[in-house]
Design a protein around this ligand. Structure first.
Ligand code: GLN
Length: 494
């Protein structure tokens, strides 16, 4: 029974709970057992089985009383970047170890409001900086898929605990956050779906800030339908976030009509990057063929400033990070390191030196440099101008097309250590995801095929501002055509 329940999609769980085929407590218990059996994946930083069972009991009571919320009894994992009331929140950094928020982030609060069950806090790259989950202070997360020789592979990042847990079927779905690709790239690496909505759709309140003008929360799940269900709960206006959009939230599930006839699918010629593996190129072509067969039209478009997107992102994001992370001073949150007879400055320095990981320090230093008086105009101001040009490229492109199709990442999941010594090679992972982040556009990844080693590959759709519905609709059609059926072998169950 247990394995069967954890295989269901969120939509199937919702239907089964409603039909009383199983209870929320049974469903939650099955997931708690699956989480315990999968500790080798290291997907969780904190497990909260008791809290989950309490929430499940409440969900069962609400279902019996006929007043259950739309997510009643659905067991989720929460990325450990969302502040959770009474449950340690670390952003996978030592500097926040032991920090137990007295408040709930708006997005996780919205999920709880709708009746969700939370199984615990999921591992991630430290402060969401990374593409491989190798920068967490709580250890690497393993991809449930392994390489051709049984070697362990990265689950992508920064939402690597989320992607691993969803793919391993130990949570029904999870929250992720995406600043430059952190929902979409890990989804692609683990054969699941994930959507980053338009900037401003999900409140950032209570989400540990990385780069505030880019950070956006979103769902990660095994189907597009599940993403649509979760996204509806997660979105909504929040006066506590000054960039939150005061707009009605569409019923995203209704957008999944299967009908893409007449839609124009843009293929940006600049995304044919040098050295792209033939398999990715082939999958991209396959995606175009599927959509053409479904009645859409393929049009070539140009996004001429694409080549500046990565350098722009890696100036803007560290600049904002250096400012956001100034608050970790050993006074207000988490860890404090105070050598004997230390001055206040000594304490700050010792705390930050001990608390932050290497990648976080690298970003703080880059960010401080590009914002410093002598270099501000040369780097930061230039990057801001490029950001505007990149956003304008998209605006022009959407005069010719309705949605843009690209690969999600330039490779399948890679082995641990293969890029961790070379930050530039690591940053290249974000080449297809970063432009949409800079422009604040909705974008999703959908599993569309496997490479020669049987590893999942994703296709990526970028939509017009606020047009998650078209992105989800087209993603759903690709999902139907691809019939992606790969499933990781449960080697972690002993
Ligand atoms: N990999 C990118 C980075 O390291 C994106 C991370 C993210 O989206 N949080 O910055």
């Amino acid at each position: 029974m247990a394995t069967e329940l954890t295989d269901l999609t969120v939509a199937q769980m919702r239907d089964g709970l409603k039909a009383k085929s199983f209870s929320a407590v049974e469903l939650t218990q099955a997931h708690i057992s699956a989480v315990e059996a999968a500790r080798e994946l290291n997907a969780f930083i904190v497990e909260t089985p008791e809290l989950a069972l309490e929430q499940a009991k409440a969900a069962d009571a609400a279902i019996a009383a006929g007043n259950a919320g739309p997510l009643a009894g659905i067991p989720l994992g929460i990325k450990d970047l969302f502040a959770t009331k009474g449950v340690q929140t670390t952003a996978a950094s030592k500097i926040l170890e032991g920090f137990v928020p007295t408040y709930e982030s708006t997005v996780s609060g919205n999920l709880l409001r709708d009746g969700a069950v939370t199984l615990g806090k999921l591992n991630l790259d430290q402060f969401a900086m990374g593409s491989s989950n190798e920068t967490s202070a709580f250890g690497n997360v393993l991809n449930p898929y392994r390489g051709p020789n049984g070697e362990h592979l990265v689950p992508g990042g920064s939402s690597g605990g989320s992607s691993s847990a969803v793919a391993a079927r130990i949570v029904a779905a999870a929250t992720g956050t995406d600043t430059g690709g952190s929902i979409r790239q890990p989804a692609a690496f683990t054969g699941i779906s994930g959507i980053k909505p338009t900037y401003g759709r999900c409140s950032r309140w209570g989400v540990v800030a990385f780069a505030s003008s880019l950070d956006q929360a979103g769902p990660m799940a095994r189907t597009i339908e599940d993403c649509a269900i979760l996204l509806k709960s997660m979105c909504g206006f929040d006066p506590k976030d000054s960039t939150s959009l005061d707009l009605p939230v569409p019923d995203f599930e209704k957008a999944l009509t299967g009908d893409v006839r007449g839609l124009k699918i843009g293929i940006p010629k600049e995304y044919r990057v040098d050295g792209m593996p033939a398999e990715i190129e082939k999958l991209w072509q396959q995606g175009m063929d599927w959509l053409k067969a479904a009645g859409a039209e393929i049009v070539e478009i140009s996004l001429p400033h694409t080549k500046y997107a990565l350098p722009t992102y890696y100036i803007v994001a560290p600049a904002e990070a250096s400012s956001n992370l100034a608050r970790y001073d050993g006074v207000r949150y988490g860890q404090r390191v105070a050598p004997e007879n230390a001055s206040l400055i000594d304490m700050y320095e010792a705390t930050r030196a001990a608390g932050f990981g290497h990648e976080v320090k690298r970003r703080i230093m880059i960010g401080t440099y590009v914002l410093s008086a002598g270099y501000y105009d040369a780097y930061y101001v230039k990057a801001q101008r490029l950001r505007t040009l990149i956003a304008q490229d998209f605006e022009k492109a959407y005069q010719q097309c309705d949605v843009i199709l690209t690969p999600t990442a330039p490779s399948a999941a890679f082995a641990f250590g293969s890029k961790s010594d070379d930050p530039l090679a690591m940053y290249l992972n974000d080449v297809f995801t970063v432009p949409a982040s800079l422009a604040g556009l909705p974008a999703l990844s959908v599993p569309a095929g496997v490479d020669a080693d049987g590893l999942p590959l994703g296709l990526h759709l970028i939509g017009r501002k606020l047009d998650e519905e078209t992105v989800l609709k087209v993603g759903h059609v690709i999902e139907q055509a691809a019939q992606f059926s790969a499933k990781p072998e449960k080697w972690w169950v002993k």
